[in-house]
Write a protein that binds this ligand. Structure first.
Ligand code: ZN
Length: 370
């Protein structure tokens, strides 16, 4: 009897110990889960003076309900790298709605498109109070993070703020957008030399298959503040190929560019200027056409290309040229020097749109910024 009671007592103690151990384990598992989903951002971010780190905190559960656990993990990763600047101007790269109140059911006071400056007044885990186009309102912090994802740590923020992607320009002086298609080529560098010497810029709509071997040229153009746009991979008439081929032509080129420069290319110049309404619905980029075709591809004549641009130069125009001809490069050097001396500001398409107050929209066709 005593022996039985003794064994029973030992068993009870053992059972309690096992229970305590199991509970301990469970508690630890829960803690670890919280640590990976909640604490990580705090540890990894090093906020600077005027920045605050983005934390999700209380709305975590709601977010998980909405978008599922996989996406939440992704968000956590973004938050470890992204900080929202307060009292600073930031750039968006995605269409966002600005609400009157901290409520997605409240009135939409403005729509912010990609590449737009947004002034961040304050920010918390759910909402960012911003100013855009003279209007004040709120954007969901999650959307804001997504919008900045494309240029987060290493990319567009640097380009925009440090490399001065949009320069401070004189709005009273005329602006002209020189655009060069079909490159990069061996002649592109000559054009870049002239742009650099005159502190001017241009837009290069590159052909994906021409990039190989000329990666440094694309990178140099970008570093000089020039814009790199998409002109497809192998220059087909997009209206004549399948949707699948069209997607491949564009995506492949975008990927090649993104490998070289820390930003997305958001502007398309369709080869031969050929497009249709279906393409405009499908392709999520503004379609940049031209005001003046210099016909450099036809004449391959320095004097002709030079005089077409310089004689008709006026504010807001987009000129079409091709940086694959020696004659165009020679003409471009003269054009850049002369127009600079005459007080013209040679700008990228993005700069032009910015200063003309035009919000570039996906699928919309632009031929001039007058
Ligand atoms: Zn072309």
């Amino acid at each position: 009897m005593n022996l039985y009671r003794y064994t029973w007592r030992r068993l009870t103690v053992l059972l309690i110990l096992v229970l305590v151990f199991l509970t301990g384990c469970q508690g630890e598992t829960v803690d670890n889960h919280i640590a990976t989903s909640g604490k990580k951002p705090e540890i990894q971010t090093t906020p600077m003076d005027e920045e605050i780190t983005v934390e999700d905190e209380s709305d975590k559960e709601t977010e998980e309900d909405d978008i599922g656990s996989e996406e939440t993990t992704e968000n956590t990763e973004i938050e470890t790298e992204v900080t929202v600047m307060v009292n600073k101007t930031m750039y968006t790269r995605k269409k966002l709605s600005v609400y009157e109140e901290k409520d997605t059911n409240s009135k939409v006071v403005a729509t912010v498109y990609s590449y737009c400056e947004v002034y961040v007044i304050s920010h918390d885990s759910k909402w960012s109070n911003i100013k855009y186009d003279g209007k004040e309102g709120y954007i969901k912090s999650v959307d804001f993070l997504e919008s900045r994802n494309a240029y987060k740590a290493d990319g567009f923020k640097q380009a925009a703020k440090i490399d001065n992607y949009i320069r401070d320009l004189d709005t009273k002086k005329p602006m002209i957008a020189l655009t060069f298609d079909d490159g990069p080529s061996s002649y592109t560098e000559k054009i870049l030399d002239a742009l650099e010497a005159n502190n001017q810029r241009a837009t290069f709509f590159v052909i994906g298959k021409e990039i190989k071997g000329r990666e440094a040229t694309v990178q140099r153009a970008y570093k000089l503040g020039c814009q790199i746009g998409v002109h497809t991979y192998s220059h087909p008439k997009l209206t004549l190929i399948t949707v699948e081929d069209e997607t491949w032509q564009i995506n492949t080129t975008v990927e090649l560019i993104k490998k070289l420069i820390p930003m997305d290319s958001l502007a398309l110049r369709p080869p031969y200027g050929a497009y249709n309404d279906e393409m405009r619905d499908r392709i999520e980029m503004p379609f940049i056409l031209w005001s003046v075709d210099t016909k450099d591809w036809e004449t391959k004549d320095v004097e002709s290309t030079y005089s077409i641009v310089t004689n008709g130069a006026s504010d807001g125009k987009i000129y079409l040229m091709h940086d694959i001809y020696a004659a165009t490069a020679e003409a471009a050097v003269r054009i850049i020097n002369d127009l600079t001396n005459k007080g013209y500001q040679l700008v990228t398409v993005d700069e032009m749109a910015y200063y003309k107050g035009v919000t570039l929209k996906n699928g919309k066709v632009y031929k001039t910024f007058k």
